[in-house]
Design a protein around this ligand. Structure first.
Ligand code: AMP
Length: 362
């Protein structure tokens, strides 16, 4: 099988690595040759929305997928005449717009934060009065990892929020006083079979995932999250791995956003489950049976942001796996991660505390 991947970041790199044992050969498309993906598999060089390059990628692939979900639906559409595009374009398009995403969740009776579309400062003033404060003003499109967001705590800050990210195409949503943030990662095959990983408990800093602990065991929340994810997958006739991030508010799940791809909060599945999210994504899009999502123990995954830690000191922690994405350090950039796998949660927690002492987020 030949898989074309639009975008050659760390997600694409880990997909390509998971493909080798399956006999799946990946080919990337990205802007330059110095990408994490291009270090492990061949890459076409070109703009991610370049029609000629995309057509070449599609014609050399049994299926096209992406590690960057902001590619426009318009750029992908012609590829559907050449080969399979998986996950489907509809899933990509809905996840690109926070308003459309929330509308889909609401239609499927999945709770979301109270929100309003904002295209002017007057609408923002009205929304803060109707929905209340505090709230978060976000760009509807192209926002990720907390970028394009402003937390509004009082009405006096509206001007400041508007100066920071004001314009058209925004959304204002009620701030969620969550007890934790969790995510569900699952896969659906073309035949409609699904598998789901245990929930992951995610800690963010400045809008970026810092570390995840998994499995987060809560039978009720797991069941509900799975139900919600199945609704989304079925209505979109989804094929591949899908991730949904939730806030836990008063013991209930409130959906924040979804990603039509493998997800940072699922990296622990590489060492922590029988089949990783990367392998299951490939299995799903290549029409292979989905693999077991059974966890092998208790894990913690920690992101390396802005600065690589001392590998030797981290590797001295028993049960730790190290992942370097081969990127140039830049403030806030995701450069790698490590995963700790232990049989007992108590030992995992201790090793996590030891590892956190060796990691500095810059
Ligand atoms: P997002 O880009 O929507 O995933 O937001 C990044 C992070 O900002 C989330 O993981 C939360 O920690 C925080 N955040 C976003 N929206 C809200 C909200 N409505 N209420 C509380 N925290 C939020």
């Amino acid at each position: 099988m030949h898989v074309g991947i639009v975008g050659a970041g760390q997600l694409g790199r880990m997909l390509a690595l998971a493909g080798y044992p399956l006999g799946v050969r990946c080919l990337f498309l990205d802007r330059n040759a110095e990408t994490p993906g291009a270090q492990v598999a061949p890459s076409l060089i070109g703009d991610l929305e370049d029609a000629g390059r995309l057509a070449e990628l599609a014609s050399r692939s049994d299926v096209v997928t992406f590690d960057w979900e902001n590619i426009s639906g318009g750029a992908l559409k012609p590829l559907e005449k050449i080969t399979h595009v998986r996950p489907p374009r509809a899933a990509l398009e809905v996840s690109q717009d926070r308003l459309a995403e929330k509308a889909l969740f609401a239609r499927l009776k999945i709770p979301v934060a109270a929100h309003a579309a904002i295209d002017s400062k007057q609408q923002l003033v009205a929304a803060t009065q109707k929905i209340g404060l505090p709230g978060v003003l976000k760009t509807r499109r192209m926002g990720y990892d907390g970028k394009g967001q402003f937390v509004l705590r009082e009405a006096a800050h509206i001007d400041r929020a508007w100066d920071a990210i004001g314009g058209t195409g925004l959304i204002y949503e009620r701030f969620q006083a969550f007890s934790r943030e969790v995510s569900l990662v699952g896969a659906r095959s073309a035949a409609g079979n699904t598998v789901f990983y245990p929930l992951s408990d995610n800690t963010h800093g400045e809008g970026v995932l810092r570390f995840s602990i998994a499995p987060f065991t809560n039978v009720r929340l797991q069941r509900t999250a799975k139900l919600y994810a199945k609704r989304v997958m079925n209505v979109l006739e989804y094929i591949g791995v899908l991730a949904i991030e939730f806030f836990v508010v008063n013991g209930r799940l409130v959906a924040n956003e979804m990603a039509p791809r493998v997800h940072n909060s699922g990296h622990w599945t590489i060492e922590g489950c029988i089949t990783s999210q990367f392998e299951n994504h490939l299995r799903a899009i290549c029409d292979m049976p989905l693999g077991s999502t059974r966890p092998l123990g208790h894990t913690a995954m920690i992101n390396f942001l802005g600065k690589m830690p001392d590998a030797k000191r981290l590797l001295a922690i028993e049960g730790l796996a190290f992942h370097d994405y081969g990127k140039e350090p830049r403030p806030g950039r995701k450069l790698g991660h490590c995963t700790i796998l232990k049989r007992r949660s108590k030992d995992r927690n201790r090793a996590l505390a030891d590892a956190l002492k060796l990691i500095e987020w810059a």
